[in-house]
Ligand binder design. Sequence first.
Ligand code: C2O
Ligand code: CU
Ligand code: CU
Length: 513
Amino acid sequence: MVRSRTSPPSPLRRALGRLLAVGLVLALGVGGGVAALFVWSFTAADQEVRFTARNPLPIPPLAASRVVEGRRVFALEMREGSHDFGRGAGPVPTYGVNGDHLGPTVRVRDGEEIGFQVTNRLPETSTLHWHGMELPAAMDGGPHQPVHPGETWRPAWRVGQPAATLWYHPHLHGSTAAHVYRGLAGMLLVDDGEDERRGLPREYGVDDVPVVVQDKSFRPGRLHDSPAFFSSGGFLGDEVVVNGMVAPYLEATTERVRLRVLNASNARVWNLGLADGDPVTVVGTDGGLLDRPVTVDRVPLSPGERVELLVTLEPGEQVMVDSAPYRVGSDALQQRWAGGDDAFDVLELRAAARLAPAPEAAVAPPRATPVEEAGPEPARVRRFELTTPLINGRRTDMGRVDEVVTVGEAEVWEVVNRDGAPHNFHVHGVQFRVTDVDGASPPPYLRGRKDTVLLPGGTTVRLLVRFEEHTDPETPYMFHCHLLQHEDQGMMGQLVVVAEGQQAAERIEHREH
Ligand code: C2O
Ligand code: CU
Ligand code: CU
């Protein structure tokens, strides 16, 4: 039916009206679309990934070494390769060290003179950084020691720190996330020969097992690493890969298994425990063994952190090491998009029908730690405010000296996460102590030697930091968020350690690559 009007609207008004209507429809459509995308991504971001274990856990080989003039030297070659992650979909292009994917486990002894020949056979510049090592800054393998394609870099130093589970990975500014994700990472173990006395499992790959945990995403024929739309923390994967294998199981032949777990993920925080609810025993953290074992239901592990777990098994038992939700964001949205609501199976432990008996673990610290000896009077307090992608309001500048620290002085570092999303904080060249988390004393598993500490959204931690030995007024160590995309975006600063009274360089000379 046609309604009559008193006077027809002018063509101009008609056009305006049509424009308004189209605009309204568009606005509703786009708004609705955004809302739908938002709801969808919030819902889809919540992952629960379980698997039936089907692949034996690969054990990275021990790196070969030769002794040259009293120095143990390891040759490490970064190269391209392709690797089959056990998904039944064939190999995908990867990077590896002395192989197609990941790298061999390097074992060194406290007190030993060591050296590396790091050769770059990649089509691009990279570096190898010795995460957790106390060593001269020029040997650190950070962004100031690039190794160009075809070059060999030869760092050397004397190991001087307690037994620990450290690791190595590239650290080229802007490329760290991509290089680690493609497979450049390996374990670096410091031994002190005391594990037998401590009653700790110590047979590599049998009851003393490296466990490199990463999340990945796959597309046909390749690894996929674009961060999700709303994720501010960078890439979160939808499959768990342990030592380069999905759906892995470990065949255990002893009553007690020591798992040296490394979180080599880009941004994922794992919250590790046993699916059957049995507790696990934490014996070590980033920089060494705890004063005594701590029994917990679960232990969170952010990118770059390590934890040494003891799991006690019954003959014939099968138990899943898994990851449960953990509070990393300060509100429901941040929590969800940072992966805090996710749950994953990680590694199945299959105990043999007969298990070799294990002694009770009676961990004693390898030596009193310097920070404890430092006494209650810190030389100074420094504050670090984290706001993506800045530290204290600044992005990385490879020429700038952000902090000058005097060797041997104990300092308090107060690190504040001003965001609602998680960060963590890693310092090169030192092992620190976490003295409080949001004003409370830290949980027992955080009381050992640490080089990386998790800061869920809104968290403040205080650290006792003391550089013990090495000084270099011209070469910096880095400190940064170890969520690799944040680090690459510039959440990284430079610190120079000087002798008492020594002047630090005004600017750092940086070899551009
Ligand atoms: Cu895992 Cu700057 O390092
Ligand atoms: Cu490091
Ligand atoms: Cu961060």
